[in-house]
Design a protein around this ligand. Structure first.
Ligand code: 3PG
Ligand code: MG
Length: 399
């Protein structure tokens, strides 16, 4: 790979130069209060920002947050993130209340050497995510005007062909930041020649999101453990009734086909926790997967499943985990995710946790982050990397 790195840029000297950093500060927010519930993605970009500050650059940070529709939307403001970033950096972050307008222009112009600015949510501008090259390009021109060099440290967004990810690096000298480098280095170990047994655990709600990665991983992995909301479509494909559980009807046939071709590599739950409703205080019980009542829905995997999955994980030398096993945000349905996470930490294996939700689960459940080999900041990005897809953000850095 012919990618220049932050160290190359630092070696040229950045003192007094404006460096535009694309970060992924898309952190989860509390639905009621808007407070940041997990600041892992802010922490992950500190090594890059710290190095630039220390070297005396004028650091202009930009990011998206959530999925606003191309216009300002206060619930997706990066304002609170600017505050948290400042606390973590130990220096004020100058926040621009627009992306490329008057506020952004004057904020950038006023930066002193070693100071940091954060622009408002890039997706407040329709040009950021536009499929139209010209519209994206016009926005990229405006963004690129804020930097003399560009650093991509937004690993979580490298799979997006967006202006700040794909088009800006075509307009400025560009390098990969520390986070992007570390992520690629770790994930390439999984696609290269992983030590075996290689066990992958997939959860989360939708099979359709994971289909491509399952296809890509089946020939490579020794075992594929499937939990989370998506397991019910697989159970249905085995001819079981799943009550009112999450079900993607149009995926049942695909799942049946995957199970047939999997050579027994796919392991499904044998028991699940079923509830009367999707609510933290709903009445619930553990049942065998062939006994899911028609009026109840599965919200977690059961203890026998955790034991079976844990046994497979205890043999592993390489583990990749993406997606919670149940609704871990509700304590009654968190045991499956906790059990699997603990089994991963106990295994004598190189383990990678991929995905914002799984990473947040690790921290929300109070597990020791350092007992995992690597916690990726990318969900879709890490999956697409494992699928072997070309990632626009990485490709843009290679040119
Ligand atoms: C993520 O949360 O996976 C990244 O920040 C990318 O966000 P997106 O899926 O809205 O593009
Ligand atoms: Mg996402």
């Amino acid at each position: 790979m012919s990618i220049r790195t932050l160290d190359d840029l630092l070696a040229e000297g950045v003192s007094g130069r404006r460096v535009l950093v694309r970060a992924d500060l898309n952190v989860p927010l509390d639905k009621q209060t808007g407070a940041i519930t997990d600041d892992g993605r802010i922490r992950a970009v500190l090594p890059t920002l710290g190095a630039l500050v220390e070297a005396g650059a004028k650091v202009v940070v930009c990011s998206h947050l959530g999925r606003p529709k191309g216009a300002p939307d206060p619930q997706f403001s990066l304002g609170p993130v600017a505050g948290r970033l400042g606390e973590l950096l130990g220096a004020p972050v100058h926040f621009a209340t627009d992306t490329v307008g008057d506020s952004a222009r004057s904020t950038v112009a006023d930066l002193a050497d070693g100071q940091v600015a954060l622009l408002e949510n890039l997706r407040f501008n329709a040009g950021e995510t536009s499929k139209d090259e010209a519209e994206r390009g016009a926005f990229a021109d405006q963004l690129a005007a804020f930097g003399d060099a560009y650093v991509d440290d937004a690993f979580g967004a490298v799979h997006r062909k967006h202006a700040s990810v794909y088009d800006v690096p075509a307009r400025l000298p560009h390098v990969a930041g520390r986070l992007v480098l570390r992520e690629v280095e770790v994930l390439s170990k999984l696609t290269g020649d992983p030590e075996r047994p290689y066990v992958v655990v997939l959860g989360g709600s939708k099979v359709s999101d994971k289909l491509a990665v399952i296809e890509a991983l089946l020939p490579t992995v020794d075992r594929l453990l499937i939990g989370g909301g998506m397991c019910f479509t697989f159970l249905k494909a085995q001819g079981l009734e799943v009550g009112t559980s999450l079900l993607e009807k149009d995926m049942v046939e695909t799942c049946r086909n995957l199970l047939e071709r999997s050579n027994g590599k796919i392991l499904l739950p044998v028991d699940v926790v079923v509830a009367d409703a999707f609510a933290p205080d709903a009445a619930h019980d553990t049942v065998r997967v062939d006994g899911i009542p028609s009026h109840r829905l599965g919200l977690d995997v059961g203890p026998e499943t955790v034991a079976g999955f844990s046994a497979a994980l205890s043999q592993a030398k390489t583990i990749f985990w993406n997606g919670p096993m149940g609704v871990f945000e509700m304590p009654a349905f968190a045991a499956g995710t906790r059990g699997i996470a603990e089994a991963i930490t106990k295994a004598d294996a190189f383990s990678v946790v991929g995905g914002g939700d799984s990473a947040a689960a690790v921290r929300a459940l109070g597990l020791d982050e350092s007992s995992f080999g690597h916690i990726s900041t990318g969900g879709g990005a890490s999956l697409e990397y494992l699928e072997g897809k070309a990632l626009p953000g990485i490709a843009a850095l290679e040119n």
